[in-house]
Each structure stands twice: as C-alpha cells, then as structure tokens.
Write a protein that binds this ligand. Structure first.
Ligand code: GTP
Ligand code: MG
Length: 428
C-alpha cells in the first residue's frame, strides 16, 4: 500500500465496509484453485529401477505406462554401475506429467557390487534442488525436479531368500528414497513358493531393519485399500507388452506352451496392485514423502554440515550472517592450521634432506680419506720399490764396473804375456 493510502486510512473515520457480492462467495473454492494451479504447472515423477541386468525392468515400465520407452539392453560386462535417466513428457486428459525413468545399468553384475553410484545419484538430485533453493533468484516454480520419488527394487524370483546385495543396497537407500520392493518375473515361480517367498522377504527386511515405503493409512479415503495393499508387499509382478487373445478380448500377457499369464489378471500376478498403488492412489504421497522426509533429511544434514543450526528456545534467533561469519572464521583458522602444518612439514622435510645430505657428505669425506690413505700407502710402497730398485741398480752398476775393471786387468795381463815370452826367448 502506498504511503498516501496509509495516511488516508489512519486519518479517516472508521466506516463500515461494504462488499458487493456477485454469486457464491467462500474459501471452499481453494482446493479447486490449487488443482487448477497444479494442472497448469504440470507434474514430475521420477522412478528409479534397481535390479540385476535382464530382470525385466524395461518391460515392466513399458507395461506400467502402456507405451514403448526407448531402451537399450545393458551388457553383463559393464565396468561399473551407471545411472541412465530418461525423461518423457506424457499427457493424460489435460494433465502433463514429466516422467523420468532412471535405470541402474550394470547393477548386480559387478564383482565389487558397488552401490555407491546409486546413492550418489540420489544425493546429487537432492543437492541440485538444494542449490536451487539457496539461490537468490530461485525459480522453483518451473524447476525440473529430478529427485527420485520412488525406487522400484526388482527382486530375483529365486524362491530362497534375499541376496545379501539386495539387503545391503536397500539398507543404504531406505533413508534416501521410498522403496517399493517387487518380485520380478513372478510367472517363473509357483504360487505356493511365491507365498512363502513373500513372507521370507518381509521377514528378512524387518530383521535387517530395512524400511520400505508403507502406503499411507492416515487419509480416510485410501486408508483401507492402502492397509490391504501393505499386506501384499512385495508385489509379485509380470511384465509384457505382447497382446494375446483370451476369449474374445486382447489382453497383455505372456504366452507359454502350457498356458497364458495375464499381466492384468489379479489371480495371476500383482501388476494391477502395483499400478494402482504407484500411479492412481499414492503418486502424490510418494512425491510428498520425498520432499518432506527424504529431502528434508538431506537438507538438514547438509545445512548442519555447513554450520547452520536452528536456535533453541532461549538463545538468539538463528542468524545467517553470524553463521556465515563463524563458518568463515572456522574456515580461515582451518586454512591457517593447514598452512602451518604444511610449513612445518616443509621445514621438517628440508631438515631431513639437510641431514641426509650431511650424512652423504660425511660418507663421501670418509671414502675420500680412505682412498687418500690407500693412495699414500700405495705411493709409499712404490717409492720404496723405486728406492730398492735404485739400490739394486747401483749395486749392479758397481758390480758391473768392478767386473769391467777386472776384465780389463785380465785383458791387460794376457796382452803382456807373449812379450815376456819373447824377451825370455831372446835371453836363450
Ligand atoms: P536390462 O535393461 O538389459 O538390464 O534388462 P531389463 O531389466 O530392462 O529387462 P528387459 O525388460 O529387457 O527383459 C529382459 C528379458 O526378460 C526379456 O526377454 C523379457 O521378455 C523378459 N521378461 C520381462 N519381464 C518378464 C516377466 O515378467 N516374466 C518373464 N518370464 N520374462 C520377462
Ligand atoms: Mg532395460
């Protein structure tokens, strides 16, 4: 209201307000307004299919929505579990539904049996929504909500018990998504075995504390049917898009040499129950539970992790700025601590390297000294040898000179001998 209007209101004498009514007045039209708004806005519904390769996921989706979604068969040799979302725009009457089917490709095939990608995918969708909510300019009205509303968990119809992989995966998912367990390919197991198998599965889920989605019984309109259906879980389903003539009607069924399994015959399987519960009765509850329970839990944990908290009754109201300041200080001190830690690490490393270098230098020095000693020793020995050799040479030279002298003396003596003989001859 403008300031002038405000002034006029406060200065004016209180007058009885009159309202001209045209037709029916009342807030009982609110639900109609809501419906009309929601219809204009359209709906989104996201289904996650988890089950081993070839268990019948795509066939069931096609059967549920009576269409043929484009799918590619998964290989049994995928390197890891990969999530493949596909979105379709569906329309029934004037209601638009953005349906996303997410396939956990390669699940149950891997040796390491990693369910992490599934958990991460669900969290990533929550995170995207949270980021949109936290934006200054948010557009949640036309935001494509990709949060998973339901996880159809396909159980292999072994007739024995749940695999440990099933229990572990469901346990990890149950706080993040509404799980509806279904026994796939229920036509491959006999009726009495199926009955026992269902009881066994429910027992194992309870004893392992796995929380599966319970159809709500708080709304009178659907309480009865939902209570009955809860007792039928897990639904045993058969999927087929093939049409077979039964009597004079074409029905979706699987034909075998010994007979026909009709998908929509409640005596043959629980397909109709699943379709009723999932699409006709509880689709909105699944969407709501996703928002109010699973997303809320994710959001709370995430915000608490970021340092936000609600005030308790006595303390100051929760202030975004204070939290931001506190978080910033915490971050800075953490940064400082890390910096200091790294600096210390660097100093230690330098000291270590210095010590290592000194040690190496000392070793080198010792080695050098050792070599030097060896060298001197060698030098000394060579010197001695040289001296000995010199002495020997001198002695030899002396001996040689003496010999030469002797030789020349001898020579001289022999040369004098004939002369004397001649003299002697002359005497005679
Ligand atoms: P991937 O996407 O490759 O993991 O397989 P999928 O789980 O989507 O299985 P898909 O729907 O492709 O079905 C695999 C095979 O199982 C096909 O030959 C289907 O005809 C068959 N099949 C599907 N549903 C049923 C069923 O309810 N009963 C029986 N007996 N066979 C089924
Ligand atoms: Mg498939």
């Amino acid at each position: 209201m403008a300031a002038t209007d405000l002034e006029r209101v406060s200065n004016a004498e209180p007058e009885p307000r009159s309202l001209s009514l045209g037709g029916h007045v009342g807030f009982d039209s609110l639900p109609d307004q809501l419906v009309s708004k929601s219809v204009t806005q359209g709906f989104s519904f996201n289904i996650l299919c988890v089950g081993e390769t070839g268990i019948g996921k795509s066939t069931l989706m096609n059967t549920l929505f009576n269409t043929t979604f484009e799918t590619e068969e998964a290989s049994h040799h995928e390197e890891c579990v990969r999530l493949r979302p596909q979105t379709y725009d569906l329309q029934e009457s004037n209601v638009h539904l953005k349906l996303t089917i997410v396939d956990a490709v390669g699940f149950g095939d891997q040796i390491n049996k990693d369910d992490r990608p599934i958990v991460d995918y669900i969290d990533a969708q929550f995170e995207n929504y949270l980021q949109e909510e936290l934006k200054i300019r948010r557009s949640l009205f036309d935001y494509h909500d990709t949060r998973i509303h339901v996880c159809l968990y396909f159980i292999t119809p072994t007739g024995h018990s749940l695999k440990s992989l099933d229990l572990v995966t469901m346990k990890k998912l149950d706080s993040k998504v509404n799980i509806i367990p279904i026994i796939a390919k229920a036509d491959t197991i006999s009726k009495s075995e199926l009955h026992k198998f269902k009881i066994k599965i429910m027992g194992e889920l309870v004893s392992n504390g796995v929380q599966i989605y319970q159809f709500p019984t708080d709304d009178e309109a659907v309480a009865e049917i939902n209570a009955v259906m809860n007792a039928h879980l897990p639904f045993a389903v058969v999927g087929s898009t093939e049409e077979v003539k039964v009597g004079n009607k074409l029905v979706r069924a699987r034909q075998y040499p010994w007979g026909v399994v009709q998908v929509e015959n409640e005596n043959h399987c629980d397909f109709v129950k699943l379709r009723e519960m999932l699409i006709r009765v509880n689709m909105e509850d699944l969407r709501e539970q996703t928002h109010s329970r699973h997303y809320e839990l994710y959001r709370r944990c995430k915000l608490e992790e970021m340092g936000f908290q609600d005030s308790d009754g006595d303390s100051q109201p929760f202030s975004l700025q204070e939290t931001y300041e506190a978080k910033r200080k915490e971050f800075l001190s953490e940064l400082q601590r890390k910096e200091e830690e790294m600096r210390q690490m660097f100093v230690n490393k330098v000291k270590e390297t210095e010590l290592e270098l000194k040690e190496k230098e000392r070793e080198l020095h010792e080695k050098f000294e050792h070599l030097k000693r060896i060298h001197q020793e060698e030098k000394r020995k060579v010197e001695e040898k040289r001296r000995e050799l010199e002495e020997e040479t001198n002695a030899f030279n002396c001996r040689k000179a003496a010999m030469e002298a002797l030789q020349s003396q001898a020579l001289h003596a022999t040369s004098q001998q004939p002369l004397r003989k001649d003299k002697d001859k002359k005497k005679f």
